[in-house]
Every structure is written in C-alpha cells, then in structure tokens.
Design a binder for this molecule. Structure first.
Ligand SMILES: Cc1cc2nc3c(=O)[nH]c(=O)nc-3n(C[C@H](O)[C@H](O)[C@H](O)COP(=O)(O)OP(=O)(O)OC[C@H]3O[C@@H](n4cnc5c(N)ncnc54)[C@H](O)[C@@H]3O)c2cc1C
Length: 317
C-alpha cells in the first residue's frame, strides 16, 4: 500500500512516536499522536540520552539506523534550542582490551593511549564525539516541531488494541515502547530496567564517561546537571530504590575521584528490549488497515530514532 497523503495515527509519544510524528507531519500527512503519557512522563525522559548503540539487536539493522540518526542529531546540534549538543564520549573497559567498533572508525573514534583517564581501574578505552540529547529540552522540541507541522497530540489515551484507532485513520504506527507487550501481545519484549541519579552540575567534567563492564557505570554531563548511572536488570518495577541511587552515586564519585554531588532526582525507565530484535515492519490490522510497528529499541531509542522513523515512512510512502 502506498499511502497518498492519508491520515496517520501514531500510538506512543516517547522519542520514537514523536520522531515518527515529525517525519510524517513534515511530509504533509495529517498525523495525530495518541498516548497514555507524553514526552516527560515516558521512558524516553529517563534516558541519559547519549548517541550510542547499546542493548538493541540486530547489529546489521541497528548500525545503519544509528548512523542515519547520528547525521541528523549532528545537524540539530547547530541549534541550541533543540537540546542536542556534541560531546566526547569516553568508553572504557575494566577487564579487557576494548576494541574500537568498525562503525566508530569513520566517525573519528580513537584509542585512549596516554593514561587511562579517570580511574586506574580502567584497562583500555576509546574516545568518540557523539550527539547528546538533553531530554528535558529535546522531547519538548520534537513535540513543538510536530505541532508546528500541523500534527495533533492526544494524551491520556490508552488503547487496548491497535484497532481502537479511529477508522478515519488509514495508517496506524505502533511506537508503544514497552507498552507493546500488552498492546500487541508481544512476549518477546523484555523490560530492561534502568535507574539513574540526576546530580548537580559537575564543573570539571568535559566529557561523558561510560563503562559497560559490571558494575555498569556512566557519568553524562548536561547543561544544567549530570546523569549518573546505572543499572540494567530484568524488572518492571518503576519505583526508584534509594539504596541503588546511593550505590550509583558512590561508584560514579569514586571513579571520577570527586566528592559526592547533590542528588537532584532519581529516575527509572524500562528499556524496551526485544529478544528477536527491534520490530520495524509492516503488517495488517484485523480490520484490514495497514500498521507499521516501530518498537523494541532497548537501550538505543534516541540513537535509532531518525533512522527508524525514516524507514517507517519509506515502508508506506
Ligand atoms: C536509564 C535509561 C537510560 C537510557 N539511556 C539511553 C541513551 O543514552 N541513549 C539511547 O539512545 N537510549 C537510551 N535509553 C533507551 C531509551 O530511553 C528507549 O529506547 C526509548 O525511550 C524508547 O522510546 P519509545 O518512544 O520507543 O518508548 P517510550 O518512551 O516508552 O514511549 C512509549 C509511548 O507509548 C505510549 N503507550 C504505551 N502503551 C500504550 C497504550 N496501550 N495506549 C496508548 N499509549 C501507549 C506511552 O504512554 C508512551 O507515550 C535509556 C533508557 C533508560 C531507562
């Protein structure tokens, strides 16, 4: 089906739904978003949210989506009102010789050889310049850009099934994140719970520090604060655990060699990890309408957002 300027309903208003919304509305489709929560209440708002392919499969689809998104976020960083900036990411390992991934080399990644940076415990690392999206600004920016392109946002709407979308919509796009588990009964989706501590701004931290080896540790400085992480457990518990926050802040402060900063907030989100890989495909609803699924981005929803949204549009336009 090629959709000629039809009506589009997008379920979900996290980063995936909002980015799809912008792409469709700016291409002239009459587009409406429907969601239980929007922007700042979604999983997306709990993200760090740095560009980096992490906890999403399969690599052969994820990397091209990520590189496509990289270009767009790089362009958006020229406008400070988007909340996107460029930061050096220092990716470390505690125990092994870290390899610079093939996709990172054309982006200018280089091995960190002169001292291993912030902590003696790191054995190797590499540095790469990447986009960082400040979710407190970027999600609102996407929503405003969508509305400017005549998109409509409907919040506090909970669908039991995708067919609940009004029949006036010719196309339905499913960007429900972890909510797709119930919405389309997808048992392949796993909640990879992440907890972070938002701490006060750290003056002398010019780059983001990440170590994926256990214990997972990251410090991501933003304009007004800094995100300390993290956790990645199989759990749907959305309550912040104070002991976990304490552990995160202790570990990050120790690695950075600094006093414990003030904790401004704790955030928990469920990374929508899908065991069989991100679901981006066209399908048919029981009532015959076309649906495009776009969920299961795991720990990479921001990193894949523009690449995926454009592929969704390419499947129907
Ligand atoms: C702690 C943490 C750190 C992270 N760091 C990064 C990072 O550095 N970089 C990165 O790229 N990614 C990161 N992620 C991952 C990223 O946050 C997710 O991949 C991304 O938010 C998924 O976005 P989404 O729009 O698909 O889903 P969500 O943000 O979960 O949005 C889903 C939307 O669907 C709506 N919805 C669901 N079910 C229904 C229903 N039945 N009816 C109506 N509406 C419904 C919800 O209300 C919501 O609006 C991180 C995640 C966490 C938790």
């Amino acid at each position: 089906m090629i959709l000629i300027m039809g009506r589009v309903a997008i379920i979900g208003a996290g980063v995936s739904g909002l980015t799809c919304g912008v792409v469709f509305a700016e291409r002239g489709y009459r587009t409406a978003l429907f969601a239980k929560e929007t922007g700042q209440q979604t999983t997306s708002s709990a993200a760090a949210a740095i560009w980096f392919p992490y906890d999403a499969e399969p690599a052969k689809r994820v990397i091209p989506w990520a590189l496509n998104t990289y270009k767009t976020l790089f362009e958006l960083s020229n406008n400070s009102r988007t909340g996107v900036s460029i930061i050096e990411l220092r990716q470390f390992s505690r125990a092994r010789e870290i390899e610079v991934p093939g996709w990172a080399i054309p982006l200018g990644a280089s091995v960190i050889s002169n001292g291993i940076g912030h902590s003696l415990e790191f054995t190797s690392g590499y540095a790469i310049k990447v986009p960082l999206t400040d979710t407190t600004i970027y999600l609102d920016y996407l929503a405003a850009r969508f509305v400017k392109a005549n998109g409509a946002i409907n919040t506090n709407v909970c669908f039991e099934k995708l067919e609940d979308a009004d029949r006036k919509f010719d196309l339905v796009i499913n960007c429900a994140g972890i909510g797709a588990r119930d919405l389309v009964q997808d048992p392949d989706l796993e909640p990879h719970r992440g907890q972070v501590a938002i701490v006060s701004r750290i003056e002398n931290l010019p780059c983001a520090i990440v170590c994926d080896d256990a214990p997972l540790m990251y410090a991501i400085p933003r304009g007004n604060d800094c995100v300390f992480g993290g956790t990645n457990d199989l759990s749907s518990d959305l309550t912040a655990d104070p002991a976990t926050t304490d552990r995160i802040v202790t570990e990050c402060s120790r690695v950075l060699g600094m006093e414990r900063p003030k904790v401004l907030a704790e955030r928990v989100g469920l990374r929508p990890f899908r065991r069989s890989g991100v679901r981006l495909e066209r399908d048919q609803l029981r009532d015959g309408r076309t649906v495009v699924h776009n969920y299961g981005h795991g720990g990479s929803g921001f990193t894949l957002s523009w690449g995926c949204a454009r592929e969704v549009a390419g499947l129907v336009g």
